[in-house]
Design a protein around this ligand. Structure first.
Ligand SMILES: [Zn+2]
Length: 278
C-alpha cells in the first residue's frame, strides 16, 4: 500500500504457535522507503522476503536496490527475514547497539525472551554493520534523510525513525496499543519514551508496526491513548500486587481479566512483562 511518494507499507500476517494445536494470529507492518535506492524499516518474520521482493518488482523496483535494512528493534517478527534479505541484496543492517547481540545470537535472545515459536519466526541470525544511536542522522540519499530517536521500554534498543522529507515517524512497537496485551521490558522507560515522542513536533504520519496508519489529527490521540493505556496497566497491576502476594502467574492472569483481555493471551512473554514490573 502506497502512503506517500516515498513510503509504502506492507502488512505481513504470521502465527505465534503456543502449542501444536493453538496459535495466535498476528500481523506486522513493515515499510519500504523509496529514494535513489531502496531502504526497509524492519524485515518481518521469516518468509517475508518473498512478499517484499515481489512487491518491489510490481512497483517497478528491484530487490537488488535495497541498500539499508533499518531495524526498529530485534524481536523475531521484525528481524526474522533479515538474513534472507541480506543474502539476496547485500544490504547493510542497522540496529541500536543494545540489541546488536540479540540479532547476531538468536539463541541468546530466546533465552532472555521466550517468545513461543521463536525459531519459526526467526530461524537465522544476522550481523549488523551499522549501529544507531539517539539523534543520529542517516543521509541515505537526497530523497531520504532519517533521524534516529531512541525510545526504550518495549525493548532496550527500540528506536523510532523520523523520515524528515515526509515528516513521518516509524515507531515499531514503541507505542503500546490500547486494549492489547502489554509487552514491554521496562514500564517506566516505556512511559519516558512515550513522553519523548509526545514532545516531538507532531509528525504528519505515524506508522506503527501493529496499528493502521495514523495521520494528521489522529496522531495526537494515538500517542495519548498509548500513555493512558500504560497508566491503566500500572494501576491494575499495582492493585493486584497487593492482593495476589507472591504469585506472578496469578497476578498476570488476573491482570488480563482486569484489562478485559482474553485469557488466551497468557503466555511466557506476557508473564515476563509482568515479572519485570515487580
Ligand atoms: Zn517487539
Amino acid at each position: 500500500m502506497q502512503i506517500t511518494e516515498r513510503i509504502h507499507q506492507l502488512t505481513l500476517p504470521f502465527k505465534i504457535k503456543l502449542s501444536d494445536t493453538v496459535a495466535i494470529e498476528r500481523a506486522v507492518n513493515i515499510f519500504i522507503l523509496l529514494g535513489k535506492h531502496v531502504s526497509l524499516v524492519d524485515a518481518g518474520p521469516s518468509g517475508s522476503e518473498k512478499i517484499i521482493f515481489e512487491y518491489l518488482e510490481n512497483i517497478g523496483r528491484s530487490p537488488e536496490e535495497i541498500k539499508f535494512l533499518l531495524l526498529t528493534h530485534a524481536h523475531p517478527d521484525h528481524m526474522g527475514a533479515a538474513a534472507a534479505i541480506k543474502e539476496k541484496t547485500k544490504c547493510k543492517v542497522a540496529i541500536h547497539p543494545s540489541e546488536k547481540e540479540w540479532i547476531s545470537n538468536i539463541h541468546y535472545q530466546f533465552e532472555q525472551r521466550p517468545v513461543p515459536g521463536f525459531f519459526d519466526l526467526a530461524p537465522l541470525p544476522v550481523q549488523a554493520e551499522l549501529l544507531l544511536n539517539d539523534g543520529d542522522i542517516l543521509d541515505i540519499d537526497v530523497k531520504l534523510r532519517i533521524k534516529v530517536v531512541h525510545t526504550p521500554g518495549h525493548s532496550p534498543g527500540s528506536v523510532c525513525f523520523l523520515l524528515q522529507q515526509d515528516n513521518a515517524l516509524f515507531t515499531g512497537d514503541a507505542i503500546p496499543l490500547k486494549n492489547t496485551p502489554p509487552i514491554f521490558d521496562n514500564w517506566s522507560e516505556s512511559l519516558t519514551s512515550m513522553e519523548k515522542i509526545e514532545n516531538l513536533p507532531y509528525p504528519k504520519y505515524l506508522l506503527s508496526a501493529w496499528h493502521p496508519l495514523a495521520q494528521e489529527n489522529e496522531v495526537q490521540d494515538f500517542i495519548s491513548d498509548g500513555i493512558e493505556w500504560l497508566y491503566q496497566i500500572y494501576t491494575a497491576f499495582d492493585k493486584l500486587r497487593s492482593i495476589e502476594k507472591g504469585s506472578i502467574d496469578n497476578i498476570a492472569r488476573r491482570l488480563l481479566k482486569e484489562l478485559n483481555i482474553s485469557e488466551e493471551n497468557f503466555n511466557p512473554l506476557f508473564q515476563r512483562t509482568i515479572e519485570r514490573m515487580l
